[in-house]
Design a binder for this molecule. Structure first.
Ligand code: NDP
Length: 442
């Protein structure tokens, strides 16, 4: 078994990140409840415990809501029609290529249709999610922790581990199982894809819709900042679903193992932390009873313009790269998913042939810088935070700051992996495309 180099500061870093990641969503939830999304400082430890119990105690209804949602997505993943896509050969499994049934888009549309019908008819009011936010969060955290422990021991027990370092805490954090799959109703479902694409983003969208509906119930309007955050998340999440067939060959799927880091952030972190802005707008609307006062319409217009522009670069650049790679492998299938933005498929693009056999795109957006999609993503994250401008505060900016740190760290990990993979060719690539994020600048 190969010895893997440790990332994230090794075992100590892993412990620190696990503690921090547990702290963040609960702190945000308490800040929303007890200080309208401002910094939350309980007067005593007892007060903190009382607040925590009052807001975040797990309940049976929260348990049914969360596990029901996950189960429904698991069943949809097994039964709905989708595009069958082959992943990359897995070197640790004799170059086996797994098949992925990319049906997230069908699942996304069906979930939205069902929940709209349920909400309108009153069978299931979506506002229950925002009412029980803390309890559902607590259930999600418990479920993701239990699942991480189970997956860790199950993979070891069944000999399905790969790239182990033999530092148990670090391995638990990074994961030990590369391709966790289960058979549901006779169909193979890839749990890592399910969690990454649907459980995280779909639940996030439902939490945001829930906050918007709550605002509508209270005031019979949805404010512009709320419409902005809904639009921003809708675009982002829809893009994850419509481009699912590009995901099996991405880094997360062919390289990252399904450990605590991915499980926790997909099942609990992303939906509950990234929903902060919508909840911030909601609680402050309710506190002031003035959902529109203080909105700068000029800023909202600027935010919409920046959002659409950044989204366009983000979507088209990723499509360019992924479709280029798929065409090279002969796996490209045109899909008419909505929306198809202009310039998302390059005809005869320039690329760099490398000695390891892979090719690097140096055309389209990729001739200007090496990570155009990261820059666009940072812009979108900043816009999310600025949508909370009506009630100035610090915590809405946590997301862009966290995202910036996370993506820069991801960039350094990716560069070191690419340097190892491509060797001298990576230097040639960096000479051809010298800027990483902003052409002419950095
Ligand atoms: P990339 O899409 O940049 O994938 C990196 C890999 O792509 C490299 O390891 C390399 O793999 C290949 N590659 C790099 N340059 C080229 C090139 N010029 N031509 C062809 N292939 C190339 O990274 P991520 O998976 O990190 O990001 C995908 C998206 O997900 C980004 O938009 C990012 O912002 C977003 N993201 C969002 C998160 C969130 O929480 N909101 C979290 C993480 C990511 P190889 O050559 O080995 O195939």
């Amino acid at each position: 078994m190969s010895k893997e180099q440790k990332e994230f500061g090794g075992t100590i870093g892993a412990i620190g990140l696990m503690i921090f990641s547990h702290f963040v969503p609960f702190y945000f939830t308490l800040s929303l409840r007890y200080n309208s999304g401002g910094l939350y400082f309980p007067l005593s430890f007892n007060e903190f415990i009382e607040n925590f119990k009052e807001t975040c105690s797990p309940t049976w209804s929260a348990f049914y809501l969360y596990t029901g949602f996950c189960l429904l997505q698991l069943i949809f993943a097994a039964i709905l029609p989708g595009l069958k896509v082959k992943g990359l050969p897995v070197p640790t499994e004799n170059n086996r290529q797994y098949t992925y049934n990319c049906n997230a888009l069908a699942s996304w549309y069906l979930t939205l249709i069902l929940l709209t019908i349920f909400h309108i008819t009153g069978i299931f009011r979506l506002t229950i999610l925002v009412d029980q936010f803390g309890s559902v969060l607590c259930v999600a955290v418990i479920c993701s922790d239990i699942l991480s422990v189970f997956i860790y021991f199950y993979a070891i027990q069944t000999n399905q581990t790969c790239r182990m370092t033999h530092s148990p805490i670090y391995d638990f954090f990074m994961g030990v199982w590369l391709n966790p799959r289960v058979k549901i109703l006779g169909q193979d479902v890839d749990l890592k894809m399910l969690a990454e694409v649907r459980l995280s983003w779909l639940l996030l969208f439902l939490l945001i819709v829930s906050a918007a509906l709550k605002q509508y119930e209270a005031f019979h309007i949805v404010s512009w900042p709320m419409i902005f955050i809904l639009t921003a998340q809708l675009l982002y999440i829809n893009a994850c679903m419509k481009g699912e067939e590009c995901i099996p060959t991405t880094w997360d799927i062919f390289y990252e193992k399904w450990g605590w880091m991915l499980i926790y952030w997909n099942l609990a972190g992303v939906p509950f932390v990234y929903a902060f802005q919508a909840n911030y707008i909601l609680v402050n609307s309710l506190r002031t009873q003035k959902p529109t006062e203080g909105t700068s319409m000029i800023l909202i217009i600027v935010l919409f313009i920046v959002l659409f522009f950044a989204y366009y670069i983000w979507d088209s650049s990723q499509a360019q790269k992924n479709r280029f790679r798929m065409k090279q492998r002969g796996t490209y299938v045109p899909r008419n998913t909505f929306p198809q933005v202009p310039w998302n498929t390059l005809k005869d693009p320039k690329y760099l042939k490398t000695n390891c056999g892979s090719t690097l795109l140096i055309d389209g957006w990729w001739k200007y810088c090496r990570k155009p999609h990261y820059t666009a993503d940072i812009c979108m994250a900043t816009c999310w935070a600025l949508s909370c401008h009506q009630w100035p505060g610090v915590l809405p900016y946590f997301y862009p700051i966290f995202f910036f740190g996370m993506i820069i760290h991801r960039y350094t990990r990716d560069v070191s992996r690419c340097k190892t993979k491509y060797g001298k060719d990576w230097t040639i690539y960096c000479e051809k495309v010298p800027y990483a994020f902003i052409p002419g600048l950095i």
